[in-house]
Design a protein around this ligand. Structure first.
Ligand SMILES: Nc1nc2c(ncn2[C@@H]2O[C@H](COP(=O)(O)OP(=O)(O)OP(=O)(O)O)[C@@H](O)[C@H]2O)c(=O)[nH]1
Ligand SMILES: [Mg+2]
Length: 311
């Protein structure tokens, strides 16, 4: 897709987040001195926009250092804010790179139910196909028949084989068989779906640990990427979800979904500041092309409403 198409899609997706932050800034700063009171109002705005207290404090500290006491317009504040947010996001903007040394590169998709694991696998399947790679999908969520069907549809849509097992079957055994087959068939990337909700946390931990343990019998370096999906609409709850999943498995990176239509895009900044985990991509819709590489300046510009100038 053309770059301009990307910007407009991201901008459209983030429009509710942008509106919240942008109109707030305009209300606070229409040619106004950047004093303590103004900084305090700005800090509140950033927190209300889900950037979290740490990132908000960081931005405010920088403004205090560089611009304190100066007359500023809303536009100046927005572009300075976009710059500060870019600085926070830059270190975490890292794509999910498939290492050709692994044959295949195994991606384990984890996350709370409904956060977009299966959909993200479908989108990633197309993403890698477009790069000339061969993905294979594994229906590791064996608890729901609908989950298997959903993955099968994504496989058909993106021309990728889908490995399925019996309902309530053993996900670890399924993943093992899939990896064996993927090796034989020269697959480049094995995308393993998992169940979002088991009856409790320790059951989920056991399930994920077992999948990992079993596939390591075939490839001690697998899984090569454990990716956690987070639903942006849940706002600060996404922070808790990272903490919970980091207790369960070694999370390598994040995909933040449902940024379209969510007014809580600022959560990505809070996540970056809090954990420093790579953000591989963002979901901006339910369709196959709605997974976007995460680019710090574009996201920051989209969030603050300065994208037009950035292009
Ligand atoms: N608007 C929007 N919807 C999304 C996005 N990503 C996923 N969805 C939708 O969110 C719903 C849940 O997505 P799934 O991919 O099924 O989530 P999951 O994590 O696999 O859920 P479980 O299998 O129940 O654990 C579906 O209706 C998706 O179409 C996104 O980026 N934007
Ligand atoms: Mg699913």
């Amino acid at each position: 897709m053309a770059l301009s198409g990307f910007f407009s899609r991201l901008k459209e997706g983030l429009s509710r987040s942008t509106q919240k932050l942008s109109s707030g800034i305009t209300a606070v700063f229409t040619k106004r001195k950047l004093d303590d009171e103004a900084l305090e109002e700005l800090e509140e705005l950033l927190i209300a926009a889900d950037l979290g207290p740490k990132a908000a404090a960081k931005v405010i500290a920088s403004f205090r250092r560089t611009r304190f006491g100066k007359e500023v317009t809303d536009e100046e504040i927005k572009s300075a804010l976009a710059e500060e947010i870019t600085k926070i996001l830059d270190p975490v903007a890292r794509p999910l790179v498939i290492d050709p040394a692994h044959a295949p590169h195994v991606v384990l998709m984890v996350g709370v139910n409904g956060t977009g694991k299966t959909t993200t696998i479908g989108k990633l399947s197309q993403f890698y196909r477009d790069q000339g790679l061969r993905p294979m999908l594994v229906a590791g969520d064996t608890f729901r028949a609908a989950a298997v069907e959903q993955l099968q549809i994504w496989g058909e849509r993106t021309g990728a084989p889908v490995v399925t097992g019996k309902q309530d079957g053993d996900a670890a055994g399924l993943a093992y068989g899939a990896l064996e087959r993927a090796k034989q068939e020269g697959i480049d990337v094995l995308l393993v779906d998992t169940a979002g909700r088991l009856h409790n946390k320790s059951a989920l931990m056991d399930e994920l640990a077992k999948i990992i343990r079993v596939i390591r019998k075939l490839d001690p370096s697998a899984p090569h990427s454990i990716v956690l999906t987070l639903d942006a609409t849940t706002g600060q709850n996404a922070i808790n979800q990272v903490q919970v999943f980091r207790d369960l498995v070694q999370v390598d990176g994040l995909v933040v979904t449902k940024l379209d239509g969510s007014a809580r895009g600022g959560i990505v900044v809070a996540l970056a500041e809090e954990f420093g985990l790579p953000v591989h991509a963002v979901g901006v819709g339910e369709k196959v092309g709605d997974l976007r590489p995460f680019v710090a300046s574009e996201f920051a510009g989209g969030l603050v409403g300065t994208v037009a100038e950035a292009v």
